[in-house]
Design a protein around this ligand. Structure first.
Ligand code: GUN
Ligand code: ZN
Length: 428
């Protein structure tokens, strides 16, 4: 048993439906076998457990482990390739890099760089967009198991409109997908996701083969891209004349539901929002990517009003890094600037989007997302170096909400001092 003594911020009550930041300045989180068994003031916990080890974290702020619902493992080395819209950017930067992951040894070294990126940023759970090669996905799962993170990922599939080296077919991809599911799905903290790259690069038969894997393996996940860029949306409409809209290309293949996360959805039709809400399909909002690739303003208000589940994604390498603080503050900026009327956000919204909303998106809310009794101890200690602007800001904040806003405004991976998953240190 360990008592973590800390200043704690979390959002167990959804701020989009009236909840507020929960904070405590000198709390004790009693953790036994990775689970929070008590949450109380430090003095009472110390009196009830006089022999317990005490870890004093009061030099920083403890928040729940951050949850990234859309991040590409093969793109860690091409972050920061700016200046092109989606389809040109794909051709110029990520696709040539992704072809290199045909080499298992190269893929494994990329996987370790990628996992270092996640843990360094305080990300403890993620929906990871995999690679086009089974050996590379295998390397990712194996390195993720060693790193100890909660990772859902899978084989990326495409059969058109990409370089030849990245294409597959129904039979090959189904056999490889099933083998990866058998090996990794449900092993420790790992789960499998069927991952068509996007309907722009997949025919109806390939999408349906993904749906068949879902039907054959109840409980596995689905992730893809949706309505990110206007040229992409019109390309999909041309390729699928029988589909009602972009979302329908996935729906017809049996790929929607509570285990499905679609990245972006910057340009949705109202019907698509309704159908996402009806099926429980999640939108992963990736604001630095939407800015870097000039994809557009994410209509957060329309998603929330339609009842669509929304969480945050870094979309590395379209996004500009692994930090969900940066994604949070960028979401805030873009909602303020959206000429068609964004949703004003406060710091509690940002923390919620980066933690509890991600846990909900990944159906992990019974285990993680906040620091309540009964949850696993997935946590991040934000502790800037003494005298740095964030350190000064945290010491002089007018309120806890203000302190949290400073974390999102100024926090970077350099301020993430320690990270735990299930009570085990994965960084620090
Ligand atoms: N759509 C298809 N592939 C990608 C990708 O790698 N990144 C982004 N942002 N969108 C995509
Ligand atoms: Zn993406």
């Amino acid at each position: 048993m360990v008592i973590y003594r800390a200043r704690v911020f979390d959002t167990p009550d959804n701020p989009f439906t009236g909840g507020e930041l929960r904070s405590g300045s000198d709390l004790a989180l009693v953790v036994d076998d990775g689970v929070i068994t008590e949450r109380t003031d430090f003095d009472s916990a110390a009196a009830s457990h006089p022999d317990a080890e005490v870890v004093d974290l009061r030099a920083g702020v403890l928040i729940p482990g951050l949850i990234d619902t859309h991040v590409h493992f093969p793109q860690v080395r091409i972050i920061g390739s700016l200046g092109r819209p989606l389809l040109e950017w794909l051709e110029h930067s990520p696709l040539p890099e992704e072809a290199k992951l045909a080499d298992d040894a190269y893929a494994r070294s990329v996987a370790t760089d990628f996992l270092t990126g996640l843990t360094s940023a305080g990300t403890t759970s993620a929906m990871v967009f995999g690679a086009h090669f089974p050996g590379a996905v295998d390397a990712l799962f194996s390195e993720a198991e060693t790193a100890g993170l909660r990772i859902t990922s899978g084989l990326v599939t495409s059969d058109r409109n990409l370089p030849e080296a990245l294409l597959t077919d129904v039979e090959t991809s189904t056999a490889a997908g099933q083998a990866l599911i058998d090996r990794w799905h449900g092993r420790g903290r790992l789960r499998y996701a069927v991952t068509p790259r996007f309907s722009f690069s997949a025919g109806q038969e390939l999408l349906a083969a993904g749906g068949q894997l879902v039907a054959d393996n109840p409980g596995i996940w689905v992730t893809s891209h949706l309505n990110e860029n206007l040229d992409e949306v019109s390309g999909v409409a041309q390729q699928f004349p029988e589909a009602i809209d972009y979302l329908d290309t996935y729906d017809r293949a049996g790929l929607l539901g509570r285990h499905t996360i679609m990245a972006h959805n910057v340009h949705p039709q109202d019907r698509e929002l309704q159908r996402m809400a009806e099926t429980g399909t999640v939108a992963a909002h990736c604001p630095t990517s939407n800015s870097a690739l000039a994809s557009g303003f994410f209509p957060l208000r329309r998603h929330i009003e339609a009842g669509v589940r929304v969480a945050l994604g870094s979309d590395v390498g379209g996004g500009t890094g692994f930090s969900l603080f940066k994604e949070g503050v960028q979401a805030y900026f873009m909602q303020q600037l959206d000429p068609s009327g964004g949703l004003p956000l406060n710091s509690a919204h940002l923390l919620y989007l980066a933690t509890a909303a991600g846990a909900d998106a990944l159906e992990l809310s019974d285990q993680v997302g906040d620091l309540s009794v009964g949850k696993r101890f997935d946590a991040v200690l934000v502790r800037p170096a003494e005298g740095q602007p964030l350190d000064v800001g945290l010491k002089h904040a007018g309120s806890d909400s203000d302190a949290l806003a400073k974390i999102f405004a100024m926090g970077t991976p350099a301020d993430i001092a320690q990270v735990w998953v299930d009570g085990d240190l994965v960084k620090g």
